[in-house]
Design a protein around this ligand. Structure first.
Ligand code: HEC
Length: 391
């Protein structure tokens, strides 16, 4: 049999087996074919032999009629898609098959047919189908910390919660919508809803507690990725946020004036050790008599662990937060925020994070804020996609 026929046969068997729902399409190989595969070294040759029958020589995916299954094939030449996936994730998909990330089992497991080095070379070849280097690579998309901003441009929905246990009690829920535009831009809207304990002095001198609630100060943001490098594993962006006085000022749910917040964000991967993220900027008040300008700086150190390199990912992080009003006699406010982020599903595009923001300057247990978020990276799939299978 000639090589092409053999490949067609192998894929035929895999497709029939998968269609019957019996096994994931693990490519059945003849001994001579395995010997042939063992000899492959170059990423392109490996790709052409093992992947191109479905993904196409140009990476765009063969037509449904030629592959004889209905699961749509991704277009690896689309930079907007290919750049944002990390090579390590794709290596695991190629090694263990689509279901490891909640994809269809029609994407076979090659872990027995090809060595890790061969699979890494094939994935590196796939990554090269995107020829434009203006797109920051997905490996630089570091876990989001609870407070410190990220440098990577995102397509995300995020629901954040923060509550302070003491008195006066306060709860803030915030809905954040982030939309990436092209390779390097991102726009953002953040809408907070606040419930707050208020104390009122009555005419007879007694105090009475009531609750104030409502939409807080809405923020509109724009982020521009100025630098990214796969060599130094660094990413840097500049952002500006405009904070609107939409919250009720009398109930102190809003500050009552416009603020402009320019800041820089930086992400740095340190192989084997973890990652660092940094954010620094200013909150400029348009009414300095009502609220002073403020400087802030925030740093995160974290590390991601995944069982076997492919299971549920746990990312413990610690943030150090500093802020100071731009007036001579005010001191620096420091806070620390230990937290844990975990991926909830197999696709890893739904994540949860929990932490406690602890004041260091003037420590007061009442002022510890308990924070959490639920994050949905909607570019990677719908909310209910990618949950199937065991982690
Ligand atoms: C039998 C056909 C077939 C072969 C052969 C095949 N794939 Fe796939 N692959 C698929 C299908 C179908 C999907 C889409 C699965 C989905 O969307 O649920 C896919 C998806 C992928 C993805 C996931 C992309 C994403 O959405 O994040 C990667 C990575 C991938 N394939 C790599 C490879 C590599 C590397 C090879 C060769 C070593 C290969 N594939 C060979 C059918 C195949």
């Amino acid at each position: 049999m000639r090589n092409r026929n053999k490949t067609a046969m192998v894929i035929g068997i895999a497709v029939v087996a998968a269609a019957l729902g019996l096994v994931a399409p693990d490519l059945a190989r003849t001994a001579s074919q395995q010997t042939e595969w063992n000899a492959l070294k170059n990423g392109r040759d490996i790709y052409m032999t093992a992947c191109a029958a479905c993904h196409g020589g140009n990476g765009r995916g063969n037509s449904q009629s030629s592959v004889a299954f209905e699961t749509p094939l991704p277009d690896f030449s689309d930079c907007n898609f290919t750049s944002r996936e990390g090579a390590a994730d794709w290596f695991q998909i190629a090694r263990l098959g689509g279901p490891v990330r909640g994809f269809h089992q029609m994407m076979p497991a090659f872990g027995e047919a090809l060595t890790d080095a061969q699979l890494k070379a094939a994935v590196a070849h796939i990554k090269r189908f995107c020829a434009e280097d203006k797109w920051p690579d997905g490996i630089l998309n570091l876990p989001k910390a609870l407070v410190t901003g990220k440098a990577y441009p995102e397509d995300e929905y995020m629901f954040t919660y923060s509550m302070n246990g003491g008195s006066p009690w306060m709860f803030e829920g915030k809905f954040v919508f982030e939309k990436r535009i092209g390779a390097r831009h991102q726009v953002e809207v953040a809408i907070p809803v606040v419930v707050k304990e208020l104390e009122r002095q009555k005419a007879d001198g007694t105090t009475q507690t009531r609750f104030g609630e409502g939409v807080g100060d809405i923020a509109l943001g724009y982020k521009f990725n100025v630098f990214h490098s796969l060599k130094s594993l660094t990413i840097m962006s500049l952002s500006t946020e405009v904070i609107l006085p939409s919250g009720d000022e009398a109930d102190r749910i809003g500050k009552g004036f416009f603020r402009i917040e320019p800041f820089l964000t930086l992400g740095q991967l340190i192989p084997a050790l973890g990652f660092l993220q940094f954010q620094a900027g200013a909150e400029l008040s348009t009414k300095p008599n009502k609220g002073a300008h403020e400087l802030f700086w925030r740093g995160v150190f974290g590390h991601s662990f995944a069982k076997g390199g492919y299971g549920r990912t746990w990312s413990p992080m610690i943030e150090v937060l500093g802020a100071k009003e731009m007036e001579d006699d005010t001191k620096i406010e420091w806070q620390v925020l230990p937290e844990l982020q975990v991926t909830l599903n197999q696709r890893q595009h739904i994540r949860f994070c929990l932490g406690a923001r602890i004041p260091v300057t003037d420590f007061d247990r009442d002022n510890i804020q308990y924070m959490a978020y639920l994050l949905w990276d909607w570019f990677d799939g719908g909310f209910t996609d990618g949950w199937r299978g065991a982690l």
